[in-house]
Design a protein around this ligand. Structure first.
Ligand SMILES: O=C(O)CCC(=O)C(=O)O
Ligand SMILES: [Fe+2]
Length: 259
């Protein structure tokens, strides 16, 4: 797959691939997720998730488990991601770990960074619903912008640096500084409102006054029309597969010397 043509305008470190999965593949995956036993879910305060590929220790070592066949074989998400080349320089040259998040309408994820356990590339597959994914930057106090403070006391610019619409079946790939220096998050809202463009200028997110950076490469799902013309898009249940390569994997030696 030639990723260059999926580069988002305004960033050479974020790639948006519409229709990364087919409708049949999406439905199959959603069925597998919905059929999974209750004990596979980890309940958080405002969403739930599953870990595929194993758990991470406190020291960020992966206690590796095989990834399920519904990401390695059908659909062959892992080989497909490998073929993009973005994991070429990572330890295992492919993702070995997936966090599968479930978001009900109104659920989201606070701006955060994914941290040092992973090779600094993340591929995020969306199933079931669109969402709007924002990248944010840290600011210094004297920048005199509208800011908020995150959990570790650092100041965040509340106006996103880049915002992308993630359609169902798409993948967004985040690399470079957008992984290493920026934060990312999803607002906790039940619908997204857009101000249409005129076909030349980008459609905007109502209220935030930021552009949908990938408006030109949307797949043409129902979401595209609403974004381009302006209007509201209700969020449905969304599952996301956050695919990354954990550099340190437990082996016999790390297990024997672990305290
Ligand atoms: O669900 C998403 O699209 C983002 C998830 C995320 O940022 C994470 O799991 O670290
Ligand atoms: Fe994240």
């Amino acid at each position: 797959m030639d990723l260059a043509k999926y580069k988002i305008e305004k960033s050479d470190q974020v790639f948006y691939v519409p229709n990364f999965l087919t409708v049949d593949e999406e439905q199959y995956l959603i069925r597998k997720i919905q059929e999974s036993p209750r004990q596979n879910w980890k309940e958080l305060a405002n969403r739930r998730l599953q870990l595929w590929g194993g758990q991470l220790t406190a020291k960020n070592i992966l206690m590796a488990q095989p990834l399920p066949s519904f990401v390695t074989t059908y659909p062959d998400i892992i080989p497909r991601l490998q073929s993009t080349g973005v994991f070429k320089s990572s330890a295992h040259e492919a993702p070995n770990h997936i966090i599968m998040n479930e978001y009900l309408p109104g659920q989201g994820i606070m701006p955060h960074q994914d941290g040092p356990a992973y090779h600094p590339v993340v591929a995020t597959v969306s199933l079931g619903s669109h969402t709007v994914f924002h990248y944010y930057q840290y600011k210094t106090a004297d920048d005199n912008l509208e800011t908020s403070v995150n959990a570790n006391g650092r100041i965040i610019d509340t106006i996103p640096a880049l915002s992308v619409l993630l359609e169902p079946r798409s993948v967004v790939i985040t690399t470079g500084d957008f992984y290493k220096s920026y934060l990312h998050g999803i607002q906790e809202i039940t619908e997204d409102n857009f101000i249409g463009g005129d076909g030349v200028s980008a459609p905007m997110i109502a209220g935030l006054n930021v552009e949908i950076a990938n408006w030109k490469t949307l797949a043409g799902s129902e979401a595209k029309k609403v974004v381009l013309d302006g209007g509201a898009l209700e969020r449905r249940v969304r599952y996301s597969l956050t695919c990354r390569d954990v550099e340190n994997v437990a082996n016999l030696k790390t297990l024997l010397t672990r305290r």
